[in-house]
Design a protein around this ligand. Sequence first.
Ligand code: SAM
Length: 250
Amino acid sequence: MGRRLGQHFLVRESILSSIAAAACPEPGETVIEIGPGRGALTRHLLERAGRVVAVEIDPVLAQYLREKFRDSPKLEIVESDVLRAALDAYGPVAVAGNLPYYITSPIVEKTLALGPLLRRAVFLVQQEVAARLAASPGTRDYGYLSVAAQLRAEVTILFPVSRAAFRPPPKVDSAVVRLLRRAEASSPAEVAALVKFAGLCFRQKRKTIRNNLLGTYPKERLDALQEAGRRAEQLSIGELAALHRKLGGG
Ligand code: SAM
């Protein structure tokens, strides 16, 4: 079994049913499941959702799922790398999964990029990543991932999951995290520009924003802004957005 693909299967039914309930609180929704593996979570999602689209990269597992769920018309199995799959082809969706940890950040980014098509996402991730996603400014865990997620979603850590709940057990503890999409005040293009700006501000976490932005914005404009002399990790999302506006947005 390919550990390389982050294949650690959840075996605790109570956790699986809690993830499905959080991902799909109302019946009839479409849920995209990332990395269904042998279908442990898929089964619970099918009990609640109107439609489940399960994206699995491993051809052996995809074939196993096709056979296991051949009598489930609500399930569509997409044999693909999730980072290459067209997640925007299914209308408004919830996204769920016990994620392969080696690509957690790009999966979170791709999910949030769904914009208005995303209702919520419920992911089982490394505890450390859950803490970073939910972190507040000025704390150790606060960084680009926190800002990129919280700009577009309200992030809540729902509950921790011990490594003993998996077969084989991973080397780290985990947590279930929920990203509830925020109704955006600005257009998707503006939000995308702000996410990009946050990426520049956090480029080197220990450097001031000014130094991270030199080369992108004129020195004189940066020198005129007091908050540019601080480090990005000290600024709230509102303050980062205000700075972006002062520098002309875009
Ligand atoms: N959901 C199952 C469970 O909880 O028992 C399996 C979770 S396991 C942590 C991660 C799953 O993601 C595996 O089935 C693995 O094959 C799949 N996977 C790994 N990389 C992937 C990728 N790039 N795209 C889609 N699926 C991937």
